[in-house]
Write a protein that binds this ligand. Structure first.
Ligand code: XMP
Length: 493
């Protein structure tokens, strides 16, 4: 008897987003009540389980700040030198800081005249400044209100004549509530923070406190600073320790094939050297997860699903994303290691399907690349606005330094690059806030259809059905001409 297939062709099937749908279930959960709180790594929680990709056209400090303020987290790309990366981490960590640190506080010198102080405050864009002597001792505080009467009659008056010398100060361990109450009680806008010897340590402002209140959902560390992720190469221990010291919460070992055993060795070495959580990726199989669970604080999944990726066509290797996520999650969940689904997410429905397959959080590139907060400027082509978006394995990105993500040496000649990504443009989308709102809102709707109020409950309850290509077509807008653009749907051409 003949076997109809050779053994090489008796192959398992692997599925992706469009192949499946969530089976609707009995529910009393209204979408608005669904709680998206989840983890991106063992110790880092977010209120919205969404990350912006570590790509040079997606995440630098501006994006990371906006992502964290709205409850998610940005992962700063690694196509920069270490100093610049440290600067970016500092910008994120300082963005919503309660206490502005001493070296960033604008201070006045007692020798200055009121005119000089006025000019300095205008130049620095502040409405007031502590007056300190050369030792850093706080002598008083001056504001534009104190200065105004002097400007008319004696602009060469010394600042010490105009300042308030009975200064209300705060101790270093003050929290936001106490600072607010103190300023409210004394009707003041800013409070110098001092040590036991009355030396200036920092400044708390009412504006800063109100700004923090605006972002109730923000993902913050234990000091109240915004969360920040950063990508590092598997062999970049220096970059990893610098990022760790700069205060990054999660390091993402960034490699296109993290089941390469040298990459795993490198990742282990980095994990030993740092305090921050270390997420390792990308992988796409059960066996890879088994090799990572004993040390990784999170596992990132995605071999070739990305919108700008050509890994699958160039190398012939890959794993459709729903199968990849579920295989990794089967192993990782046994060890309580969070899983991140990275790449290929076009709609909010894809994001919540990834969670149903076992992901704790999702990472997106193209979805965010068109927003104001992404690096790069808006360009107009044929009357439509776009922003640049390129794969980190594209020739352009590799030339600026990221070839080792694809485990390649930098060639001498540009023509020798073997890219695994393309350089592209993506429609301009406006603010990140509205994009995230649509994404998170759609995910909550998915939880409503399944009847789950929390992410862990959703992962437990969610079931898939398999969709035929006819079913897939039925799911999209069909047999109509769309007249008004929806904020969360643009059909593929
Ligand atoms: P999306 O679909 O959200 O995917 O745009 C973003 C993810 O794609 C990965 N990435 C690449 N994969 N070649 C690849 O094969 C590339 O040049 C490339 N650049 C980024 C990465 O995991 C990212 O988060």
């Amino acid at each position: 008897e003949h076997e109809p297939y050779s053994s090489k062709l008796r192959v398992p099937e692997a599925l992706t987003f469009d192949d499946v749908l969530l089976r609707p279930k009995e529910s009393r959960v209204e979408p608005d009540e669904a709680d998206l709180t989840s983890r991106v790594s063992k110790t880092v929680e977010v209120s919205v389980p969404i990350l912006s990709a570590a790509m040079d056209t997606v995440t630098e400090a501006d994006m990371a700040i906006a992502m964290a303020r709205h409850g998610g987290m940005g992962v700063i790309h690694r196509n920069t030198n270490i100093d610049r990366m440290v600067e970016e981490i500092h910008s994120v960590k300082r963005a919503d800081e309660l206490i502005i640190p001493h070296d960033s506080v604008v201070t006045a010198d007692p020798e200055m005249t009121v005119r000089e102080v006025d000019e300095m405050m205008v130049r620095e864009g502040v409405g007031g400044a502590p007056v300190t002597n050369t030792n850093g001792e706080v002598l008083g505080i001056i504001s534009s209100t104190d200065i105004r009467p002097h400007l008319e009659v004696g602009e060469n008056d010394s600042v010490t004549e105009a300042m308030t010398d009975e200064v209300i100060t705060a101790p270093q361990d003050i929290d936001a509530r106490e600072a607010f109450d103190l300023m409210y009680e004394h009707r003041i806008e800013r409070v110098p923070v001092v040590d036991d010897e009355n030396l200036l340590v920092g400044l708390v402002t009412m504006q800063g406190i109100l700004q923090r209140r605006e972002y109730k959902e923000a993902a913050r560390d234990s000091d109240g600073k915004l969360r920040c992720g950063v990508a590092v190469g598997p062999f970049e221990t220096d970059r990893a320790t610098a990022a760790d010291e700069a205060g990054a919460d999660v390091l993402f070992i960034d490699c296109a094939h993290a089941h390469n055993l040298n990459v795993i060795d490198g990742a282990r070495e980095i994990k030993e050297a740092v305090e921050a959580d270390v997420v390792v990726g990308n992988v796409g199989t059960r066996e890879a997860a088994e090799d990572l669970v004993d040390f990784a604080d999170g596992i990132k999944v995605g071999i070739g699903p990305g919108s700008i990726c050509t890994t699958r066509v160039v190398s012939g290797a890959g794993m459709p994303q729903i199968t990849a996520v579920s295989q990794v999650a089967d192993v990782a969940s046994e060890h309580d290691v969070p899983v991140i689904a990275d790449g290929g997410i076009r709609y909010s429905g894809d994001a919540i399907k990834a969670v149903a397959a076992g992901a704790d959080a999702v990472m997106l590139g193209s979805y965010f690349a068109g927003t104001d907060e992404a690096p790069g400027r808006v360009v107009t082509m044929n009357g439509k606005k776009y922003k640049q978006y390129r794969g980190m394995g594209s020739v352009g990105a590799m030339k600026s330094g990221d070839a080792d993500r694809y485990l390649k040496e930098d060639p001498e000649d540009d023509e020798e690059y073997v890219p695994e990504g393309v350089e592209a443009a993506t429609p301009y989308k406006g603010t990140l806030k509205s994009e995230l709102h649509q994404l998170a809102g759609g995910m909550q709707s998915g939880m409503g259809y399944v009847g789950a109020e929390t992410i862990p409950e959703f992962k437990e309850r969610a079931e898939f059905v398999r969709v035929s290509s006819a079913g897939q077509a039925e799911g999209h807008a069909h047999d109509v001409v769309i007249t008004d653009e929806a904020p969360n749907y643009s059909p593929d051409e």
